[in-house]
Design a protein around this ligand. Structure first.
Ligand code: KMH
Ligand code: ZN
Length: 276
């Protein structure tokens, strides 16, 4: 039976702490979140961090402390965001790999992002990809649009396989400016994935969370959930802890007879570096 990789993305860069006090923005809150989400069925955590004023930051010292603390307290695969916030410069986004995560996100192209633009020009994508190969960090290719699927084909053709030889990607659906969070869009994207892709997950932003999760499970994909993408469980029911979203994903996966996989199984799936 194929099991399900559940990734939790607990914080993101877009929501203000003042608007959502349940958002984990301090290291203590993040570690507590990581532990509860692991117990609820998550195997990987996609991390954005905040500064002392709860604003998004890519500060290397904080990133390194975060990687250490999550590793000390959980068995989760630690994935750092290289996307950061739309305002983060490319140099800072490349420096994220200095914090030596197990995995990092790598977005395959520029995309309109609400009223902003999330910049990922081709030279930046290839530089970041080569850095992941050099540093032996497993990338998760973030695909916000069908054009990103084509760009992933181009990248693998040109620069070969990632570190570890597995190719894992995540469809990020329902961002205003990207592909919609619909079953039709998911099927189109999955049908265009390169032959070398060994696993994929999907996440639906906002109200597309459930339709995307159900479509992903039925199409053989894995799940990413969390307050980076979704702040309500239903209309008028705010998420009070990321573990609620992980629990719901675990329930759906179990109903689909594809229960959550352990972090160890996920390490084999993604072939991330085994650390002593
Ligand atoms: N915060 C978005 C601008 C990633 O983590 O790599 C980018 C993002 C993707 O969240
Ligand atoms: Zn992110």
């Amino acid at each position: 039976m194929m099991s399900t990789l559940i990734t939790v993305a607990p914080t993101g860069a877009e929501t203000a702490k003042a608007d959502c006090p349940a958002l984990p923005t301090t290291l203590e809150e993040l570690v507590e979140t990581a532990k509860r989400c692991e117990a609820a069925g998550a195997a990987m955590i996609h991390i954005h961090i905040r500064d002392a004023d709860h604003r998004p930051t890519l500060d290397l010292g904080r990133l390194t402390d975060t990687v250490t603390a999550v590793r000390e307290n959980t068995a989760l695969i630690v994935q750092l965001s290289t996307g950061g916030a739309v305002t983060d410069p490319f140099e800072h986004r490349l420096k994220v790999l200095d914090a030596a995560p197990d995995s990092c996100s790598l977005t395959m192209g520029t995309v309109n992002f609400g009223d902003d633009v999330f910049m990922n020009p081709w030279p930046f994508v290839t530089e970041l990809y080569q850095l992941t190969q050099e540093r032996e960090v497993v990338p998760e290719f973030e695909l916000f649009d069908l054009g990103h699927v084509a760009a992933l084909n181009r990248l693998l053709d040109k620069l070969g396989l990632p570190y570890g030889g597995k190719v894992h990607c995540d469809l990020v659906m329902g961002v205003p400016g990207g592909m919609p969070g619909t079953t039709d869009a998911l099927v189109a994207a999955v049908n265009g994935l390169p032959a070398g892709v060994t696993s994929w997950s999907a996440t639906g932003v906002g109200r597309t969370t459930l339709p995307v999760a159900l479509a992903a499970l039925s199409k053989g994909g894995h799940l990413r959930v969390g307050m980076e993408d979704t702040l309500t469980l239903a209309k008028g029911r705010p998420v009070t802890h990321n573990s609620e979203l992980v629990e719901r994903a675990a329930t759906l996966a179990t109903l689909a007879q594809r229960p959550p996989m352990s972090p160890d199984e996920a390490r084999d799936l993604l072939n991330v570096k085994r650390r002593p």
